[in-house]
Design a protein around this ligand. Structure first.
Ligand code: IPD
Ligand code: CA
Ligand code: CA
Length: 264
């Protein structure tokens, strides 16, 4: 990564991002085992005290290390500067899982230069799994290279999806899942879009889809899938950007062509 991406204390951006993800993850882990303070942002859309503490922790670290950079956070919104570098933060992806004591959630941190995603980190603090990718340098899980699944010689395809907070999009997703239904498919409702896409990157699932996502849900995970040899598209087959609310992530679009047509 470029020289100019050294922080005010001389650390590279990846080192800083991993430190922020691990510290925020430790906060999530501690609060997960206590009585959780939960509030409602909208229909089914929750926020916990831990979301806010995690975000504050990440924001403090990034603003200290990279004071010139812009930051977009799920909870506190835009912290804009003139910089072409922008961090995209989801301090807790999977808040509903978290709020109900279901141990599947993560921290997501991405760094962008203009419209290019330079780096993506997901950290699952309960499983202590750190997913990490830098553009052009591959994808890793706890320092081991990962790649998307090749067509399995099994009569089972694992497809992850999630519903989101829009009633219309959620009902539509269930219609699409129903359209795909066949004896070889096993569905998983993940409860964390970022991990849902990240699991395609490491070959745990074959495909993931969603129809109402936000930049902080997907910025890091899109890069992970691409660096692991797969692709993430929008519903019109264009490569997904962080502004694509509807996405399909897959290890091998040509192998799953008919399935993806059925999904649409
Ligand atoms: C949500 C999760 C969920 C997905 C929602 C997201 P949050 O993020 O990723 O799985 O279905 O669309 O907004 O609110 O837990 O950060
Ligand atoms: Ca999220
Ligand atoms: Ca969140």
């Amino acid at each position: 990564m470029k020289e100019m991406l050294l922080s005010s204390t001389g650390q590279d951006a990846k080192t800083v991002a991993i430190k922020a993800a691990r510290e925020a993850g430790a906060i999530l882990r501690q609060h997960f085992y206590r009585k959780r303070k939960i509030e409602t942002k909208g229909n089914r859309n929750l926020v916990t005290e831990a979301d806010l503490l995690s975000e504050k922790c990440i924001l403090n670290i990034l603003q200290e290390e990279f004071p010139g950079h812009s930051i977009l956070c799920e909870e506190s919104g835009k912290h804009d500067t003139e910089s072409q570098y922008r961090w995209i933060i989801d301090p807790l992806d999977g808040t509903t899982n978290y709020a109900f004591g279901i141990g599947h959630f993560c921290v997501s941190i991405a760094l962008m230069e203009g419209n290019d995603i330079l780096m993506g980190i997901l950290y699952d603090p309960l499983k202590e799994e750190l997913f990490e990718a830098q553009a052009g340098q591959g994808a890793y899980l706890n320092d081991s290279p990962i790649s998307v699944a090749s067509l399995r010689n099994l009569n089972t395809i694992v497809i992850g999806f999630d519903l989101g907070y829009s009633d219309t999009a959620s009902k539509e997703i269930l219609v699409r899942a129903n359209a795909l239904w066949n004896p070889n498919i096993t569905f998983r409702l993940m409860g964390s879009g970022a991990l849902g896409i990240g699991y395609v990157a490491c070959g745990r699932t074959d495909l993931y889809f969603h129809r109402s996502l936000y930049p902080w849900d997907i910025a890091a995970a899109i890069l992970l899938v691409r660096e692991a040899g797969g692709e993430v598209t929008d519903w019109e087959d264009n490569p997904a950007t962080i502004r694509s609310s509807e996405i399909i992530a897959c290890g091998d679009f040509s192998a799953y062509k008919s399935l993806i047509s059925a999904l649409k």
